[in-house]
Design a protein around this ligand. Structure first.
Ligand code: GUN
Length: 291
């Protein structure tokens, strides 16, 4: 069998960003609008700091306005809700992203519910999850699953009808919306999780396998149907024998690439697409708000 296609998420994301930049320019030229993304960061979680820095940089590179709101970890829930309500009313803000996780004393559900659904560029608000589940085009779709879908559609020439898709993991951020998106594309979708009886058996039937569990290199070569498209959402830091650390996905990349038809690497696969889709969602939100 010929080698698998290694899907270049970095190059793909660059194309998405170029499209977003063009849309931003059009909004400026024809509507006199500069889309704005507000990012709220509570506390000093190092991973969140890195994400937020990248988001801010790329937002500006696409010609959009980035508004950053950093708050101490002891901010009260009420103060954070008040900040969100203010952003809902701010006409310069078209998209709102509250970086997760939040400190334990703040309810993430309450904060997400406070975001105006039309500005919810993460697609986490129940209005948006409901719109996605009912197949509405008006849904704001969570960024990581949206990026995965774009890469899958590209690999399959645009049509996923009838494909058997297996999603490994049932998180609200990735697994559940990914399943809904693939169902909307007329795939036959199975979601497997830690209580599934025989995950391996389910995976072996998949034409499309999306792994989002956070378990380093869990998915092995024997689990893969020859020719399948494998999308690896996992980002796991593991320690090597020499004591150094490295990033690996949920898929055992080196062995799986010998049997699958296409695979996303970690890093350089899904990761870059997530931020690109956040920018795409922000410009979509701005267009809808200025129709
Ligand atoms: N933390 C990790 N990933 C995400 C994401 O996609 N959105 C938000 N808001 N927080 C995150």
């Amino acid at each position: 069998m010929s080698d698998a296609k290694i899907i270049d998420g970095k190059a793909f994301a660059q194309n998405v960003r170029a499209r977003v930049a063009k849309q931003v320019q059009d909004l400026k030229d024809y509507n006199n609008v500069t889309p704005g993304l507000a990012v709220v960061l509570v506390g000093e979680d190092p991973a969140s700091q890195v994400y937020v820095r990248n988001k801010v940089k790329q937002t500006e590179e696409c010609g959009m306005k980035s508004l950053e709101y950093r708050r101490d970890p002891d901010i009260s829930e009420q103060e954070l809700l008040t900040l969100v309500y203010g952003l809902n009313e701010n006409p310069e803000v078209n998209g709102i992203l509250v970086q997760l996780p939040l400190p334990d004393h703040i309810s993430e559900d309450k904060v997400i519910a406070a975001i105006a659904p039309e500005k919810d560029v993460d697609g986490f608000h129940v209005i948006n999850t409901g719109l996605l589940a009912t197949g509405s085009e008006d849904a704001m779709v969570p960024c990581t699953p949206l990026g995965c879908l774009m890469m899958l559609k590209d690999f399959y020439g645009g049509d996923l009808t009838g494909k058997r898709a297996v999603v490994v993991g049932r998180s609200n951020i990735v697994g559940k919306p990914m399943g809904a998106l693939l169902l909307n594309e007329s795939c036959t979708v199975t979601t497997v999780h830690s209580r599934t009886q025989d995950i391996e058996e389910e995976c072996r039937r998949a034409d499309i396998l999306v792994a989002a569990v956070g378990r380093p290199e869990m998915i092995k070569k024997e689990w893969i149907k020859p020719g399948a498209a494998v999308i690896d959402v996992g980002i796991n830091r593991i320690e090597k024998e020499d004591g150094k650390t490295k990033l690996v996905g949920d898929v055992a990349f080196d062995e799986v690439k010998e049997v699958c038809g296409a695979i996303t690497p970690v890093p350089g696969g899904v990761g870059p697409m997530t931020i690109a889709c956040l920018l795409a969602n922000t410009v979509t939100a701005a267009c809808r708000q200025h129709k």
